[in-house]
Design a protein around this ligand. Structure first.
Ligand code: COS
Length: 383
């Protein structure tokens, strides 16, 4: 399908595809097996400018938007859904500064993030606050020029490898979502450390850890926006980041289809290639169609965001929901097409199925995406 991308966007997609094939592909299995963070890939991605593609020129970026980020993330994920997070999760951590940061915060933090010298992470989830994000228990108490933060964030992508974290803590627990505030935390702040490093089913080339705050001292100037606006910062961040998860899902699904197509064309049973059987062809056709529909949603939702529209939540949630469900279905079918070989680690396809699963869970479970979509539908119908 032709999405009428600009020449620059087509070029960016090609560059991401080339880097994915030349640099990521040779190391993807190794990082997955070792569950190690791909620092050498961060360097490659930084040199390619991937950390700046979605940042406006006035902040030192390349002047693109969420669409450019999605194009890069899809191509990297087509080869490795884990390594792509070195870019995608840093964008997630950068969005709060871009969306709501002060000029001083942008000037202080964006140059390192845009250049890829440092990567970012986003801390919202807590052990007792997953889907119910307003139930966070991490507190930030103001003492003069500082806030004292106490609490634990969990399942933080880029946790322990990022140098800059944007987190949400409660400055007024009695007020629930209206008492939440956003902060920028630097690695090395007094009282800030990493807790458990997770051992995951998939996306094993990404780091996931707890962030632990024990009387952590954070300067008042590191609060993003005013007190009580943190929940809004978090929700607006997720609205902008969910198309990126959807792009990751599209990439994983496309990568699985690429492998399934290649395999079914060369695998012979009953005296001919299995791709010549209609049962197999219909599976391949369904996989390709579902992927294309997902890609169209990613591009449409990213364009709505980049156009500055205000009602972006529904489109982002639809893209994330549909693309991640597609990734799970397509990768499961791809394993099926490989038959017994698909279940074995000797073949690369089982990794795609493992990597796909998280896209239905993080940045809001798909149950939460349906909630966001339904609320928007009802709100619109009630007008
Ligand atoms: N943009 C801006 N503001 C938003 C918003 C959005 N997309 N969605 C909600 N808000 C605002 C509301 O307008 C409301 O503001 P007021 O109190 O001023 O009226 C406030 O936030 C609370 O909204 P709401 O009552 O809808 O909050 P809920 O507690 O019902 O939670 C959901 C809403 C479920 C959508 C939210 O908790 C959520 O997204 N959960 C999933 C979290 C998640 O994705 N976690 C993944 C980990 S981060 S990688």
């Amino acid at each position: 399908m032709d999405y009428m991308l600009t020449e620059e966007q087509v070029e960016l997609k090609k560059i991401a595809r080339r880097i994915a094939l030349e640099k990521v592909k040779p190391v993807a299995a190794k990082y997955d097996e070792e569950s190690a963070f791909p620092w050498d890939m961060v360097k490659v991605f930084a040199d390619a400018g991937f950390y700046e593609v979605f940042v406006p020129e006035e902040y030192g970026g390349a002047g693109g938007g969420v669409l450019e980020l999605c194009l890069v993330v899809e191509e990297l994920s087509r080869i490795c859904g884990g390594i792509s997070l070195a870019v995608a999760a840093s964008a997630l951590g950068t969005f709060p500064i871009l969306i709501s940061g002060s000029d001083e915060q942008k000037a202080r933090y964006l140059p390192d993030l845009v250049s890829g010298r440092k990567i970012a992470g986003f801390g919202l989830t807590e052990p007792a606050a997953g889907s119910d994000a307003a139930a966070i228990r991490t507190t930030a108490v103001r003492k003069g020029d500082y806030y004292i933060i106490n609490g634990t964030k969990c399942f933080i992508t880029n946790g322990s490898v990022a140098k800059i974290y944007t987190i949400i803590a409660s400055t007024d627990p009695a007020k629930g979502s209206r008492g939440a505030s956003a902060f920028i935390i630097e690695e090395g702040f007094e009282g800030f450390s990493y807790g458990k490093i997770e051992d995951k089913m998939g996306i094993r080339a990404s780091a996931t850890s707890e962030l632990v705050f024990e009387d952590c001292k954070v300067p008042v100037e590191n609060r993003i926006g005013s007190e009580g606006k943190g929940f809004s910062v978090a929700m607006r961040t997720l609205d902008r980041a969910r198309p990126g998860v959807a792009a990751q899902a599209v990439g994983i699904a496309q990568g699985a289809l690429d492998l399934a197509l290649e395999y079914t064309m060369q695998r012979e049973q009953f005296g001919k290639s299995i791709s010549s059987f209609q049962g197999i062809q219909w599976m391949l056709a369904d996989m390709a169609t579902q992927i294309e529909a997902s890609r169209a949603l990613v591009i449409a939702s990213a364009r709505m965001i980049d156009a500055g529209l205000s009602n972006i939540s529904q489109g982002s949630a639809m893209a994330k929901l549909f693309a991640s469900d597609t990734a799970m279905k397509v990768t499961t079918d791809a394993v099926q097409l490989f038959g017994g070989y698909g279940y074995m680690k000797d073949y690369p396809i089982e990794k795609f199925m493992r990597d796909a699963k998280i896209t239905q869970i993080y940045e809001g479970t798909n149950q939460i995406q349906r909630e966001v979509i339904a609320r928007a539908l009802i709100r619109e119908a009630a007008k």
